[in-house]
Design a binder for this molecule. Sequence first.
Ligand SMILES: Nc1ncnc2c1ncn2[C@@H]1O[C@H](COP(=O)(O)OP(=O)(O)OP(=O)(O)O)[C@@H](O)[C@H]1O
Ligand SMILES: N[C@@H](CCO)C(=O)O
Length: 356
Amino acid sequence: MTDRSFTIKVPATSANIGPGFDVVGLSLSLHLTLKVTVSPPTPQSPSRPPILTYTGEGSDEVPLDAYKNLTTRVALYVLRCNNITKFPTNLTIEVNNEIPFGRGLGSSGAAVIAGVLLGNQLGNLNLPQTRLLDFALMVERHPDNVTAALVGGFVGSYLRELDKASTEAASVPLSEVLPEYPPDASEEWGLNPPQPPIGIGHYVRFGWAHSIKAIAIIPRFELSTAKARSVLPLEYSRKDLVFNLQRLAVLTTALSREPPDPELIYEAMKDRIHQPYRKTLIPGLPEVTSNITPDSHPGLLGICLSGAGPTILALATGGYEKIAEDARAIFNEKGIEVDWKVLTVAGGSFIEEHDN
Ligand SMILES: Nc1ncnc2c1ncn2[C@@H]1O[C@H](COP(=O)(O)OP(=O)(O)OP(=O)(O)O)[C@@H](O)[C@H]1O
Ligand SMILES: N[C@@H](CCO)C(=O)O
């Protein structure tokens, strides 16, 4: 028997793009890459626990225990749901990550999608894409990042209204979906995990004008999605909802048109559902989004908070450096250091099997 090896590659994502809170996502050209090897047992190594190594973003904080790491815990959840209670013996996973943690660039969504694809691959499950999405949505319960990370491009998604039994199945605490530790006596723990209902998430890919690039202006601090969601109200006025719906409807088509129209897009990327509430957590956010405009910065199309923040996403066809450096100067005035990158829209996740 020979080693089996394959590579999984998952893109970063920016969710919301202004008015599309929990609805739209855009895949971007930073990647989480897993190089996976499964070696047959040998007399010297009949069986050993998984070895996980990690380079790049988050390597100083990510757990390297396969039973604690988000990606491998998700993979084990997928395997357990398919009657496989353990990782294969002699599994090695070398991770390289370009997606900064907790910045609004979909690091957790990418880790979850990588885990679902890893479980599917290790168990030779051949799950269809819709089922892969169901598993991801049991872990990350808003569809915007995970859908864009899985299928790639500029994507809108919704969660199907579930019947009572499916709603209960999809509402189990995350600690039950992803227990942290392996069982001492694996039987009870290994069996009967909460199965995802079928067909939770549905999506459509919008067009994307190729001349549009995304500048990610990334503050050097982390903001967890949970914290950035905790400041949001539970209810909104009709006026604010209509404000967002009007803009989102225009935005999804405006970003596909060549040449893109800055006047239309700048206004269509405004939001009243999440950004105004998150400004308390991101000093400089209102100043950056209101002072950098297509008039002051030729090439700019629109500017918004990326996902739950703190990264700012500027869509532009040129003038990248001036946009980024002027945003940097505003953040610097608030005592915040930033890094910035010009990114392109990426394809979806993919797996490459290697011949050994
Ligand atoms: N590659 C990874 N491997 C393991 N855990 C990860 C990985 N990437 C992210 N995580 C976990 O996810 C956490 C960040 O998730 P969080 O949802 O707060 O932010 P985000 O996904 O980067 O931002 P957003 O959801 O706004 O785009 C990290 O602190 C870490 O615990
Ligand atoms: N739509 C989510 C994305 C976070 O990943 C939010 O803004 O909270």
